[in-house]
Write a protein that binds this ligand. Structure first.
Ligand code: MG
Length: 351
């Protein structure tokens, strides 16, 4: 699509998705701090996947170690990640979105871009309708951002959460971005942000807007500098990528205490193979290459893989292949982590 054409992009983001699904199916958890992550035991290794809004009030956020989350809120309800349950809701949501556009880019389980440029409705009314339908048909809340491109739709979505629709238009973009931290922009990670603040005093998007193209290029190099010069003005023409497919599906687990016994490792590989096959089937894929990963106590990580003659989603085949690969590792040191990956995926459910 040519960038001069007017586009309307929606960014749909489910609110505290994993935690919301848990609170939906277990009403006794509603209104309580809920933390989903690892195997649900906050005294073990593992990180937070999603914290409910009640848990966020205690300063708990995604990617935080579960033990830290427990220190911040010992009375929170800690739950294991249940991919099958969240996948079910994610599929329902995708079905609703598909009714509004075939130009959908999904990433993660709970976020999608939707190009609705072709729709006759007012974008705000359309986004409100989608938000209402998601709520009525899944019981879950979503926040939706509207913008003339992906960047602004995503930023708009982050401005008001949960359960809200927010629009950024070409006319209001400079003003709406001005006071936001520079890190809302793509291409400004923590490292770049620290560098921009130290050398140019930049903290907000507005600070970036006041810099010349040359100043940005001198600091960050020609490409990155030019990119930021445009994004801080809300200019972005990245396309919606509809054909996205995962290259692989994998599961891994870190032992609480490093493992030495072959039987223990074999049992783990079997369980991970069963989990990954479950997800494969859930998502409608078959895979050809099975790979086992082992990380030793000294953090050295080795992988061994085998490619089958035909793609499969058969649990016994995947499990037996994964288990047989263990023979190709040296078992001379304690093992910290085991992973199983299936790659070379083909979709059985293309629509
Ligand atoms: Mg979300």
């Amino acid at each position: 699509m040519a960038s001069h054409q007017r586009r309307t992009i929606l960014h749909v983001d489910m609110d505290a998705f994993f935690a919301a699904v848990e609170q939906l199916r277990r009403p006794e958890l509603r209104g309580k701090p809920v933390v989903v992550g690892g195997d649900g035991n906050p005294h073990k290794r593992g990180v937070v996947s999603t914290a409910s809004y009640e848990a966020r009030a205690y300063g708990i956020h995604s990617a935080m170690p579960l033990r830290t989350a427990y220190k911040r809120c010992p009375h929170a309800v800690f739950l294991p990640v249940d991919f099958a349950a969240y996948g079910e809701s994610a599929r329902k949501i995708r079905e609703i979105l598909r009714e509004y556009s075939s130009l959908i880019e999904t990433f993660a389980a709970d976020e999608a871009f939707l190009d609705v440029s072709h729709r006759p409705e007012d974008p705000l009314a359309l986004a409100e309708e989608i938000r209402r339908r998601i709520k009525e048909e899944t019981g879950l809340t979503a926040s939706i951002g509207i913008g003339p491109n992906k960047l602004l739709a995503k930023i708009a979505c982050g401005l008001r959460k949960p359960d809200a629709v927010t629009e950024i238009t070409t006319g209001t973009v400079v003003e709406q971005l001005r006071d936001l931290p520079a890190t809302v922009l793509w291409g400004v990670g923590p490292k770049t942000a620290a560098r921009l603040e130290a050398s140019l005093g930049v903290r907000t998007v507005g600070d970036l807007q006041s810099l010349s193209l040359e100043a940005l290029q001198e600091e960050l190099g020609p490409r990155h500098g030019e990119y930021l010069y445009h994004t801080c003005r809300g200019e972005d023409d990245t396309p919606i990528i509809t054909e996205w497919e995962p290259k692989s599906l994998s599961r891994e687990t870190t032992y609480q205490f490093d493992a030495r016994r072959r039987e223990t490792i074999l049992k783990t590989i079997s369980e991970l193979a069963a989990d990954v096959t479950g997800e494969l089937r859930e998502e409608g894929y078959s895979g050809r290459t099975i790979t086992v990963k082992i990380r030793y106590r000294d953090f050295k990580t080795h992988t061994r893989g085998l490619t089958l003659a035909d793609p499969t989603d058969d649990e016994a085949t995947i499990r037996q292949t994964a288990v047989s690969l263990l023979d190709r590792f040296t078992m001379d040191r304690p093992i910290r982590l085991v992973g199983v990956r299936v790659s070379g995926l083909i979709s059985l459910r293309r629509c």
